[in-house]
Design a protein around this ligand. Structure first.
Ligand code: GLN
Length: 192
C-alpha cells in the first residue's frame, strides 16, 4: 500500500515519519502525476492560503478532486482540513471543497494559539494526545459527515466516507493511532 504526503508546505516530514510507523510505503508528493501511484493522500497542516496557492500553481486542484472522486481516501490535518472544506467562514473562497463541512480559521483566538490535550476519538481505543496550533474548528457538518471527536463541544475530528479531517496535528507526537486509523480506511476501500 502506498500513501502520499502532499509536500508543498507545512508539517510534511512529521507526517512521513508517523505514516512510516504504520508500515505502509510513503511517497513525498511534489508533482500531481504522482497521485496515480497512490492509494491514499495526507494534506498536512501549515498555512492554508499558501497551500491553496501552491496547489493551484502546481495543478493539484483537479488532480486531487479526481483522486477523491475515485473514492481514494484523503486525510487533512489543520490547514489540510481547511483546504478540504466546502465552506470557509468569513467569505474566503474554498480550495478543494471536497468535504461537506464549514470551518472557522484560527478559531481558538490569540490566547489559545497552541495547546495540547487528550482527546477521545471515536474508533480509537485510547485517548489521543492532540496538539492544536492556530487551529481551525468545524462549525457545521453536512448529512453524510460523522463527528469523531469534540473539544469543549466543538468539532475537531470528522469523517465523510473516504475523507478524514482533524483540527489538530496528529503527527507531532509519537502516537500514530490516527494514522493507523487512516491506513485502515484505505485498506477497506481496497477490498474487492
Ligand atoms: N491557521 C492556519 C491556517 O489558517 C492553520 C494552522 C495549522 O495548520 N497549524 O491555515
Amino acid at each position: 500500500m502506498r500513501v502520499g504526503v502532499l509536500a508543498l508546505q507545512g508539517a510534511v516530514a512529521e507526517h512521513i515519519r508517523s505514516l512510516e510507523k504504520t508500515g505502509v510505503e510513503v511517497v513525498t508528493v511534489k508533482h500531481a502525476e504522482q497521485l496515480a501511484e497512490l492509494d491514499g493522500l495526507i494534506i498536512p497542516g501549515g498555512e492554508s492560503t499558501t497551500i491553496g496557492k501552491l496547489m493551484r500553481k502546481y495543478d493539484f486542484m483537479e488532480a486531487i478532486r479526481d483522486f477523491s472522486g475515485q473514492g481514494k481516501p484523503v486525510f487533512g490535518t489543520c490547514a489540510g482540513l481547511i483546504v478540504m472544506a466546502k465552506e470557509i467562514e468569513g467569505g474566503e473562497e474554498a480550495h478543494l471543497g471536497l468535504m461537506d463541512i464549514k470551518v472557522s480559521r484560527n478559531a481558538f483566538g490569540r490566547q489559545r494559539e497552541s495547546f495540547e490535550t487528550d482527546l477521545d476519538v471515536k474508533g480509537l481505543e485510547v485517548p489521543l494526545r492532540a496538539v492544536f496550533i492556530r487551529a481551525p474548528l468545524i462549525t457545521g457538518v453536512g448529512e453524510g459527515v460523522e463527528v469523531l471527536s469534540t473539544y469543549k463541544d466543538e468539532i475537531v475530528t470528522a469523517r465523510q466516507g473516504h475523507l478524514l479531517v482533524s483540527s489538530f496535528h496528529p503527527e507531532l507526537t509519537d502516537d500514530f493511532s490516527l494514522h493507523t486509523y487512516f491506513v485502515e480506511m484505505i485498506k477497506q476501500t481496497k477490498q474487492p
